[in-house]
Write a new protein. Structure first.
Length: 464
């Protein structure tokens, strides 16, 4: 090129570079244009490498500003952006990366199960329901079943019914605070023990039957308080004297003093633990919520407790070991109640129509009910109990508890009470079908309860 090259308004970067190489001084207009033009373009290869490194974090971005924030978090400076990637500023590089990386929107992480059960606690509760029976095993030689059994049974039924209603009321008060629940238990538990003992007096026949019924009622009241306040381990520790005494029975007769003393020690330990727990709960700060829940709301829970007690009693008269199986199974039953709720929530998230949820909900019900009943089948054969009666009774109790867990109390109470009254009337009056009355009544009750579950709990609104 023989002479200076003048830059026209449409000149290019190569023209400026040519003037520099030629060593020709730039005129003022040439210098102004040179300052406006970049000395070099973006380094596409470096930008592509950066895009590949940050692709998993750039892909979900919905705006280049998010990429700019990411680059700032990576510590890129203005000099690095200009010298390393050839972009004039942060937002220019962010825009280039945003356009180069395809949009990706990963699936959200699965939500945690809000109804995940505490497996250890549920199993422990099942054991705790059965362990008090060891006290009867220890004291069996000291009382006459013909005279004393009637009073103990009546006291047990009253305690069971009262405990169910009181437990429900305490849980309602737990919403307003632990102190309010403790006050409810402190008032209701002694009253329930007194009512149960009073109900046993006319049938006890005097003698040692009344103190035994009183001890039974006091223990059931104390155990109910500890279970409602989730202090299962304390209750297990309180029952350790009875467990130790029953463990040595096959090899050694502890004698009358220990046969009486060990259950009495367990009772005193349970009462002491209850007093300690209630004192701690009453020390909690009071809440400003003074709402009162109507007593009528807890009545159906008490009626269900009475009906369940009657049904179990009728089964226990024929097959005593079946009662043990049912009692221990209450722990797994509680675990499955939680699993039903968790699986129902998962089914709600996986379906888009009411009919689809109804089908899934019914399948969840069948799965949980089957999981509860299947282990009872070999247990029935091992204990000599009639499998059909045991399974139908277990199905009745579990589906009733399921409805109660969702706040539907009157239908299961009415159905179970009707089944208990019908089976009891047939048994007392010796009417046909005789021994088949209990399985038939339980079967009818189970069918009605399953229909209620499908109808009431098959609606998405009950699980939202």
């Amino acid at each position: 090129m023989s002479g200076p090259m003048a830059l026209e308004p449409g000149g290019s970067e190569q023209d400026t570079l040519a003037l520099r190489l030629a060593g020709t001084p730039l005129r003022r207009d040439d210098r102004t244009l040179a300052l406006r033009l970049p000395a070099y373009g973006p380094d596409e290869e470096a930008v592509s490498r950066l895009a590949a490194e940050l692709a998993d974090r750039i892909g979900p971005a919905v705006h280049p500003y998010e990429v700019a924030a990411l680059l700032e978090a990576e510590g890129l400076t203005a000099d690095q952006i200009k010298d390393g990637y050839g972009h004039p500023n942060l937002f220019s590089l962010a825009t280039a990366l945003y356009e180069q990386v395809p949009r990706t929107f990963p699936e959200p992480a699965p939500a945690a199960d809000p109804w995940r059960p505490d497996t250890v606690r549920c199993l422990l509760r099942g054991v705790l329901f059965a362990l008090p029976g060891l006290a009867y095993l220890l004291t069996a030689p000291l009382w006459q079943p013909g005279r004393h059994a009637a009073g103990l049974i009546v006291a047990g039924l009253v305690s069971w019914a009262w405990g169910q209603g009181l437990g429900h009321r305490a849980h309602l008060r737990m919403v307003t605070g632990r102190r309010e629940a403790a006050r409810t238990l402190l008032t209701g538990a002694p009253l329930g023990a007194a009512l149960a003992t009073a109900a046993a007096v006319p049938l006890a026949g005097g003698g040692a039957a009344i103190p035994v019924a009183a001890a039974q009622s006091l223990y059931l009241a104390a155990a109910g308080v500890l279970l409602v306040l989730a202090r299962e381990r304390l209750l297990l520790a309180a029952l350790s004297p009875v467990v130790a005494g029953a463990a040595v029975l096959p090899r050694w007769d502890p004698g009358t003093p220990l046969r009486v003393g060990l259950p009495l020690l367990a009772l005193l330990a349970a009462l002491g633990a209850t007093g300690h727990v209630l004192r701690g709960a009453l020390a909690a700060p009071a809440t400003a919520d003074t709402r009162r829940t109507p007593v009528l709301r807890s009545v159906p829970y008490g009626l269900f407790g009475l009906a369940a007690g009657l049904l179990v009693l009728m089964e226990g008269r024929r097959e005593p070991y079946a009662v043990i199986v049912l009692t221990v199974s209450m722990g797994p039953a509680e675990w499955l109640l939680y699993r039903y709720r968790g699986l129902s929530v998962a089914a709600l998230r996986a379906t888009a129509t009411p009919v689809g949820f109804l089908l899934r909900s019914t399948a969840v019900l069948g799965l949980c009910l089957l999981a509860y009943l299947l282990p009872l089948l070999p247990a029935a054969y091992l204990t000599g109990a009639a499998p059909a009666t045991l399974l139908l009774l277990a199905a009745t109790l579990w589906t009733a508890l399921l409805l109660q867990a969702f706040g539907t109390a009157w239908p299961p109470a009415a159905i179970c009470l009707a089944a208990a009254c019908a089976a009891g009337a047939v048994t007392l009056l010796r009417l046909p079908p005789g021994p088949a009355a209990l399985p038939l009544c339980c079967g009818a009750a189970a069918l009605c309860l399953v229909a209620c579950v499908v109808r009431l709990l098959g609606r998405p609104a009950r699980h939202a």
